[in-house]
Design a protein around this ligand. Structure first.
Ligand SMILES: Cc1ncc(COP(=O)(O)O)c(C=O)c1O
Length: 383
């Protein structure tokens, strides 16, 4: 057994990143300023987005999007239940209703076919999720939303560096990315909203900081001009320079970080062929580039003879960390009690929710770490 615990992931922070943060700490300007603007510009260079606003988390970004779209009472927002709880929670907090679309059983992503039956005359927004670093089949989903006059905002929390049909995620439409601690690029906590709708992003920027006029940024003092006035009530979701400085170096080496993750994922795929009880996610059939945010497998709980949760505990005792991305939202306490969706309403989501777990994956891992994970899984299955 491994001596040291292998966590689900480790942030890819190097000495230069630490020096960059230290330089900000010494500079006398630690909150939102030049580094944050540099991060926004670097993201646009990377993915070709027209504009980008950095925020304090992906969830904050989604909150601002819902606000800027005036989503509220009586509105419905269609999103998968196989997602992080933040989106449905925020939809509810805005007074709107989350409507859950099922996902494809093997990619864990919504499709035109799973979204279509969820649309009603009250649907204002569709929030599909690029899952684990793979890309949604965007073209048919965009076409559906256009036909019905419904806005789409991509949940791209997992998809920094991912591509769909040769184009970076974030280039078109509106995307919300996460820079939270386990993401491929992290600022500890943070998020990015990319959009080709400049007027929309201008409102997002204003709402990001108390609703103050966004144009009042003063380069000399690296902040907002003190004369700026409230245009409408807003939030405080800005990203500080300390965090932005941490992200800049990772963004600059994103290609090599993803390439390393791809190699680890490819080795997992080869080694896991030896284990019948585990099946990795399916590869989408459309052209895309994977950024390998997560390596997700499904446990055959029938032949393993125990629940996925018990299996994860067994791996933990063998010094292997795992995660669940995700537990179906509609089956969690609050949603069970308020939505009362019967078992079987979202069959592919529910089937996966009981079986999925994410195996350790980071750019610092080597093949020996993958061997340790595979050995631990085999021992646990024999137990
Ligand atoms: C699919 C998905 N959406 C949204 C979020 C929210 O991002 P954040 O944690 O930065 O608020 C996450 C984050 O973990 C996520 O996995």
């Amino acid at each position: 057994m491994r001596d040291e615990f292998l966590p689900l992931t480790r942030p890819p922070i190097d000495e230069e990143d630490i020096a960059a943060v230290t330089a900000v700490l010494r500079s006398g300007w630690i909150t939102t300023g030049a580094k944050t603007r540099q991060l926004e510009e670097q993201v646009c260079e990377l993915n070709g987005a027209k504009d980008c606003a950095a925020v304090s988390s992906g969830s904050a970004g989604m909150h601002l999007v819902l606000e800027a779209l005036d989503i509220g009472d009586g509105d419905e927002v269609v999103t998968p239940s196989m997602t992080w709880v933040s989106t449905p929670n925020l939809v509810l907090l805005e007074g709107a209703k989350p409507v859950f679309a099922d996902v494809d059983r093997h990619t864990l992503m919504v499709t035109r076919e799973t979204l279509e039956p969820c649309l009603t005359e009250r649907t204002r927004l569709v929030v599909p999720v690029h899952f684990a670093g793979a890309a949604l089949d965007l073209a048919p989903i965009r076409a559906l939303c256009n036909e019905r006059g419904i806005t789409m905002v991509e949940d791209s929390a997992h998809a920094i560096g991912s591509e769909y049909r040769g184009e970076a995620i974030g280039r078109h439409g509106t995307s919300v990315f996460s820079l939270q601690a386990i993401k491929n690029v992290t600022t500890a906590e943070g998020g990015l909203i990319c959009s080709d709708d400049v007027a929309f992003l201008e409102r997002v920027r204003r709402l990001r900081f108390h609703g103050l006029a966004a144009s009042a940024y003063d380069r000399k003092v690296q902040g907002r001009a003190p004369q700026a006035e409230v245009q409408e009530p807003g939030f405080k979701y800005n990203l500080p320079d300390i965090a932005a400085a941490l992200g800049l170096g990772q963004l600059a080496r994103l290609d090599s970080l993803i390439e390393r993750r791809r190699q680890i994922a490819a080795y997992y795929t080869r080694r896991l062929e030896e284990i019948e009880e585990l099946s990795p996610l399916g590869t989408p059939s459309w052209p895309f580039k994977h950024s390998w945010h997560l390596f997700v497998v499904r446990l055959d709980i029938e032949s393993a003879g125990r629940s996925r949760d018990a299996f994860m505990e067994g791996l933990k005792a063998r010094n292997i960390g795992t995660g669940i991305h995700f537990r179906a939202v509609h089956q969690q306490k609050y949603y069970r009690e308020t939505l009362s969706l019967p078992q079987g309403s979202l069959p592919n989501t529910e089937w996966n929710s009981e079986r999925i777990m994410s195996l350790p994956l980071s750019a610092q891992m080597g093949e020996a770490d993958v061997d340790d994970v595979v050995d631990a899984i085999k021992q646990e299955l024999r137990r």
